[in-house]
Design a binder for this molecule. Sequence first.
Ligand SMILES: CC(C)(COP(=O)(O)OP(=O)(O)OC[C@H]1O[C@@H](n2cnc3c(N)ncnc32)[C@H](O)[C@@H]1OP(=O)(O)O)[C@@H](O)C(=O)NCCC(=O)NCCS
Length: 482
Amino acid sequence: MPGSQQNGCQQNGGGSRVWPENVGIIAMDIYFPTTYVEQTNLEEFNGVSKGKYTVGLGQKRMAFCNDREDIASICLTVTDRLFKKYQISPKDIGFMMIGTETIVDKSKSVKTVLMDLFKDSGNTDIEGVHATNACYGGTASLFHAIDWIESSSWDGRYALVIAGDIAVYASGPARPTGGVGAVAMLVGPNAAVIFDRRVRSTYMANVYDFYKPDLTSEYPYVDGPLSNQCYLQALDQCYNLYFDKVNRAHVNCPAANEPGKKARSVQLENFDGILFHAPYCKLVQKSVARMYLLNSLRKKAQDPDSLPSQLEKYKNIKLEESYNDRDLEKVLLTLSGDIFNQRTDPSLMLAREIGNMYTASLYSCLISYLLSDKIENLANKRILLFSYGSGLAASMFSARISGDTSDNSALSRLVKGVSDIPQRLEQRTSVAAAQFEETLNLREKTHSLAPYTPTGDVSQLSAGTYYLTDVSQKHHRAYSKA
Ligand SMILES: CC(C)(COP(=O)(O)OP(=O)(O)OC[C@H]1O[C@@H](n2cnc3c(N)ncnc32)[C@H](O)[C@@H]1OP(=O)(O)O)[C@@H](O)C(=O)NCCC(=O)NCCS
């Protein structure tokens, strides 16, 4: 990796170390299976009305895999490809965390399996294990990686974050909101996507909207309508807290274009990209609509005349009583249409094509956003991100894209690194809904079996894909590479 071991650290006047500069994402890649099912075929196969999954949920295709792939294999694949694509030396990694809720072992972390990728380098000095809380584990891992780099433990090496999941639901209304994917991110100073400091906002609570108490099954227990409400509730909380923090005069926040200025008013409009965890794209569209309301109410507190006339009757609304107000939702979807189209829709390309990837979903949206425009237009763009994991854990945070677009810049390498993704999507194989169901049945029957020899076809795996070859009597898992 060009620039490795350049620790980006500044010395203060006394010679002691201060925060490294511009910490964020330096390199990224995504892995998704080569097989998918068209949501239109699934609508027909499941006998639901035409448009329910495509228009109602906003999904186009859903990736899935057979019994040859598990959480370790998809994380191995994406990490190995990241190393090769960006010429990263395993010796330069000092921290690695995996965010996932696809658990195959209650004790042994996926991270330990990934240590096989470091064997030849001799590097065993790598902190971090894995983080689990529904779709939030990737964000927890990213925050830990950033914090490690900014801490006194940092030794100048990079951090690696992998967020990956095999999202499968039992037959029923939730099944079309599945998907499979893993995103790998190299984190360090002098990054292409630089995270803002001191403004993360978090909301956590104890709810049973989606959880996985049955370790013999891959499927969650899910209360769909409750999970939608919890998502929007968490959005309300994180949004208001984020904007309270960012507008505090003492925070030298890069989200405002005027660092150091005493009073400021950072609003939704300050962000060029607004990115969400995307369980299904329609919920993201509704979340932008919700943000429009939150933004309008905050503006109204400063200037009562600023409220759009269509929202006049909602000016004293109690947020907690408004989640199921369909009239309000309709008004907000119209008012927020331009914001959604310009600032969020470009980030949903992969979510539509692959489906929910749980922990990887938000970071797939970041990749889609990076693919949505030319590098010169991406430079200096400001991004707001919302991460949600059922149960629940949620955070809002922000970043800016580096302004350095020179040939060997981190941004240039990142944009080039993800540029093969549209072609990889094109090269996938569409599989009939009946075969998709059969494949999920196979996973269902064989999940956690030992001893077990997987039977799934490996011929469709793309070159460099890791796959499961055997589960021994003692549950030892063995992998090979296509
Ligand atoms: C999301 C989920 C609750 C939807 O379940 P469902 O029973 O299919 O829900 P609905 O019947 O309300 O249909 C979904 C949408 O499709 C719309 N729809 C139904 N048929 C339609 C058709 N033929 N054409 C267009 N839209 C249609 C519905 O009106 C509804 O839209 P609305 O919510 O804007 O009114 C379910 O897929 C689920 O539980 N998913 C997993 C949990 C999840 O992803 N939660 C998100 C937060 S983490």
